[in-house]
Design a protein around this ligand. Structure first.
Ligand SMILES: Cc1cc2nc3c(=O)[nH]c(=O)nc-3n(C[C@H](O)[C@H](O)[C@H](O)COP(=O)(O)OP(=O)(O)OC[C@H]3O[C@@H](n4cnc5c(N)ncnc54)[C@H](O)[C@@H]3O)c2cc1C
Length: 139
């Protein structure tokens, strides 16, 4: 039993993860054979703690506004009570379903970087998985 109460939780190497799930591409994995339920709030608090311990600063309640492409990187506008601009060499866009829209609003973005949003239904995902299983099980 782990201190967090989860039975059998273990870090496994890439080879073991790929043997369990051939579609996985990873360096290592956290294997939880007994549950898929996590304390998402506790997990996020732990990530915040780790990030801040390693020098990250987190700005809550700050809307990421459209950026402008400049020679030194991106001039990123941040909303909130006081709007600010951050010049960054690299910006990681993890805005979920809003990510494509946010990227496409970057002023001065080269046409080659314009993204098309693609949403997949669960039925389509199941069909792809089924096709994959049939392909792998055929003699
Ligand atoms: C009802 C439901 C149930 C689900 N259940 C499961 C499940 O059981 N298991 C599973 O694996 N997956 C599940 N998913 C899918 C899972 O939630 C998503 O795949 C996952 O959250 C995507 O993570 P993300 O970090 O890419 O985006 P998100 O979790 O969507 O995070 C994006 C964040 O960016 C913020 N944001 C967007 N635009 C801006 C902006 N301009 N400025 C500042 N912030 C911004 C959003 O507010 C959000 O907090 C479920 C999804 C839904 C809707």
């Amino acid at each position: 039993m782990q201190p967090n109460g989860v039975e059998g939780l273990a870090y496994i190497p890439r080879e073991d993860a790929e043997a369990l799930e051939p579609e996985i591409k990873c360096l290592a994995a956290l294997h939880s054979p007994s549950t898929g339920i996590i304390d998402s709030h506790g997990f996020m608090a732990a990530l915040q703690d780790d990030a801040e311990t390693h020098g990250a600063m987190i700005a809550f309640s700050s809307q990421v506004l459209p950026a402008a492409s400049i020679p030194r990187g991106l001039a990123q506008q941040i909303g909130g009570t006081e709007e600010i601009e951050i010049v960054a060499l690299c910006v990681v866009n993890c805005a979920g379903l809003r990510a494509v829209d946010l990227t496409n609003k970057v002023e001065g973005l080269a046409k080659a970087h314009i993204l098309k949003q693609r949403l997949t239904s669960q039925a389509a995902v199941r069909r792809v998985k089924l096709d994959h299983c049939n392909r792998n099980s055929s003699p």
